[in-house]
Design a protein around this ligand. Structure first.
Ligand code: BGC
Length: 716
């Protein structure tokens, strides 16, 4: 391969660059511009393309578009290497018309159901391949440790163990055994590393993460997914400890390649090489930025909207600043992935493969099942829920009658705010409730928008004539930095509207559609029930109606800590010094709802916590046995969570850390015995030398209200 051909493989552009019209303002219906296509593929030999023309395409349109691109790549270039097409199919292949859309990752985490999460990812892989796209920029394995961060909902929440298990399930669903299978795709883990805790809470702003915490909280999900064979990784756009991650050789090469042994493809995030110059200012020119990022270890640059990366890299090689061998390493990984995906033989879709299940009933049933299990019931005063189907209800609030608030960002378009234009055949909350109890018993009055009261008088009048008020509040749709906020409080207009509804004296059921925990402390006591639905996806309206009226028993648990105070943002695994009050001072940890909280319409009793030993050696595996009984009168699912506390350690231990979880399904009065195994890694922490260590001492195991202690003995 020539230098130009190699550099071309390392270049990824956004589709807009080769469409008719202006970049980011393609003429619709989209059409490939033959001159731009020729320039990008024949002249520059670019190896990869991402994105949509700004709107979702039908399956047929995707096939035609990708065939046209591949025809040029195969027939009109010397080497005939197909282009690797990538997309953000993060909750279903959301840029394909009518695709099955699932709850977002934060909901998946809340469901605690690894099988359903894997199934959702497998369906997404199927529908992505059906769209002729073999590469998915998902899952997000960032652990979110700052509730303001606008990408919280794209993550599995604040806990490392939960994120690791969920990430592995999703990865398996996407990749299966063989990524050349016509129903599988290459996953792309994002965003390596340390993206989930910007100090300011704003997207792509500096994080300060000491190595110990980086290894303890942020690395494990990536490490596990690399070990499980993840095909590609995307780099974090932000900076950690003053070094933009795209410029950090220690992270991208020493840690990722040498220590974790990752041999897949490493792609930059959007425009991030340019940003080393223009935003981060660690490079005095774009060309220097290219040199820094290549030296740090990236394989492919998501440029994305011009071909300048290629020009600079060719110059750098010709000047001897970057060696051709360095290019070879990256090109080998890129070609390897193309080969593993089977696109060298089948550049569009594998012949004779049918995708009849695309957007099928069967697929949406999985989405509904996952939505039902992902909605968290946080308050149910005097067991007021479920409501009787004879009740008359007022559904109010802006999120009660739109698909966009159920789905959030990355839906139909990047920001997700046009979802209602594209998704016509799915049910909003009010439509689903009408279906369930009959339109005559349901009124919908918006009452308030995100930050503005609208028809308050009408809402009050309607409230006077109903038995219950279902108040649907929350957030607008947003993606990435467009979701930056300065304040976690719900906007005043929403709180005011809630107060007005509460003042009617009718029981108010607060339903929150939101990507992060907006503060509701002033109204939480006054409403009859609280449901945090997060972003439950296309079937979320039906799932909510099922929960409100008792056709589904909720079983989700919070994958984040729900703050009570605007500045009380301490996570569940806080340190003892954050809890104990010093001379009467207030505790730092005072959430409205805790990580792991979530109610059911039945009750579960935990008993008979038995450990296989009271003392163990470092190499032993401890068995933890527990009995769970459904003591209520309804069938229900329970996420059984095992927490561990290391009582004393040379690095300050947390009050509790989640080490394992299992979801069980129990009929009324049914009981089951569960066994968990704890090994040395579960008892370890990242010690003084930034390595995982295990220290002798006393540990406490906690499951529900049960506790037991054991001792880990020093080696003799
Ligand atoms: C986001 C990534 C995404 C990429 C491609 C970026 O702005 O940070 O998560 O995969 O765009 O769309």
């Amino acid at each position: 391969m020539t230098i130009r051909e190699k550099v071309g493989q390392m270049t990824q552009i956004t589709l807009d660059v080769i469409l008719e019209g202006e970049v980011y303002n393609a003429t619709l219906p989209h059409r490939l511009n033959q001159n731009y296509l020729k320039k990008a593929i024949q002249e520059y030999r670019i190896g990869s393309i991402l994105n949509t023309p700004g709107i979702p395409l039908s399956l047929k349109e995707w096939l035609a578009l990708i065939s046209d691109i591949q025809t040029v790549a195969i027939k009109k270039t010397r080497l005939g290497i197909p282009v690797l097409y990538g997309i953000d199919a993060i909750h279903g292949v959301s840029y394909t018309v009518d695709a099955t859309l699932f709850p977002q990752q934060i909901n998946m985490a809340a469901s605690g159901n690894l099988d359903l999460v894997k199934a959702a990812a497998a369906i997404t892989a199927y529908e992505t391949r059906a769209s002729a796209i073999p590469w998915n920029f998902s899952p997000v394995l960032d652990v979110c440790r700052h509730p303001l961060w606008p990408r919280l909902w794209e993550t599995f929440g604040e806990d490392t163990h939960l994120a690791t298990k969920m990430g592995l399930a999703m990865l398996e669903g996407y990749q299966g055994q063989q990524i050349d299978h016509p129903y599988k795709v290459a996953a792309c883990l994002k965003h390596f590393l340390g993206y989930g805790m910007p100090l300011s809470g704003k997207d792509r702003t500096p994080a300060w993460i000491p190595e110990r915490y980086m290894r303890a909280y942020f690395l494990p999900p990536f490490e596990a997914a690399v070990k499980a064979g993840a095909a590609s990784i995307m780099v974090n756009s932000g900076e950690m400890n003053g070094i933009p991650v795209h410029a950090n050789k220690k992270i991208l090469t020493d840690l990722l390649r040498d220590e974790l042994g990752f041999d897949g493809l490493l792609v930059t995030d959007w425009e991030d090489i340019k940003y080393l110059h223009s935003r981060h200012r660690v490079a005095s020119s774009h060309k220097e930025a290219v040199k820094i990022a290549i030296e740090a270890g990236i394989d492919m640059s998501m440029v994305p909207d011009d071909l300048s990366f290629a020009d600079h890299l060719i110059e750098l090689v010709e000047e001897g600043a970057i060696s051709e061998q360095r290019l070879d390493q990256s090109v080998e990984r890129i070609l390897n992935l193309k080969q593993r995906l089977g696109i060298l033989e089948h550049p569009v879709v594998k012949a004779q493969t049918d995708y009849q299940l695309f957007a099928s009933e069967q697929h949406s049933q999985f989405s509904l099942d996952l939505a039902r299990e992902s909605i968290v019931l946080l308050k149910n005063e005097k067991g007021i829920l479920p409501l009787s189907k004879d009740s008359s209800v007022l559904v109010s609030g802006f999120s009660g009658n739109a698909m966009q608030y159920l789905n959030g960002g990355w839906t139909s378009t990047w920001q997700g705010d046009q979802a209602d234009h594209f998704i016509k055949n799915k049910k909003t909350i009010q439509a689903a409730i009408k279906d369930k109890i009959g339109a005559a018993q349901v009124q919908f009055v918006e009452g308030c928008r995100f930050d503005q009261l609208t028809d308050l008088e009408r809402a009050l009048a309607a409230a006077a004539n109903c038995d219950h008020i279902i108040l649907c509040l929350g957030e607008k749709t947003y993606t990435e930095f467009h979701g930056n906020i300065d304040d976690l409080n719900l906007p005043d207009a929403q709180l005011e509207f809630a107060e007005q509804m509460i003042a009617t004296g009718k029981p108010v059921h607060l339903v929150l559609l939101q990507g992060r925990p907006r503060l509701i402390s002033s109204i939480a006591e006054k409403v009859a029930s609280i449901i945090c639905a997060f972003l439950p996806g296309n079937e979320g309206g039906i799932a909510l109606a099922d929960i409100l009226f008792g056709d589904c028993n909720p079983s989700a648990k919070l994958p984040i800590t729900y703050p009570k105070h605007a500045h009380g943002l301490v996570a569940y695994d806080y340190k003892h010094s954050e809890a104990s009050s010093i001379q009467g001072s207030r505790s730092c940890y005072d959430p409205l709802f805790e990580f792991g909280e979530g109610l059911s319409y039945t009750t579960f009793e935990y008993s008979d916590l038995v450990l296989s030993a009271n003392q163990i050696e470092m190499t032993d595996v401890l068995e933890v046995n527990i009995k769970i009984k459904n003591t209520g009168s309804r069938k229900g699912k329970e996420i059984v969570q095992l927490y561990l506390r290391d009582e004393y350690a040379s690095i300050t231990p947390s009050v509790r850390v989640l080490k394992a979880f299992k979801k069980v399904d129990l009929a009324p009065q049914e009981e089951c015995l569960l066994t968990f195994n704890l090994d040395q890694k579960d008892l370890s922490f990242v010690g003084h030398n930034n390595e995982w260590v295990c220290e002798a001492g006393i540990f406490t195991v906690m499951l529900g209200d049960q506790k037991a202690i054991f001792e880990l003995k020093n080696p003799v």
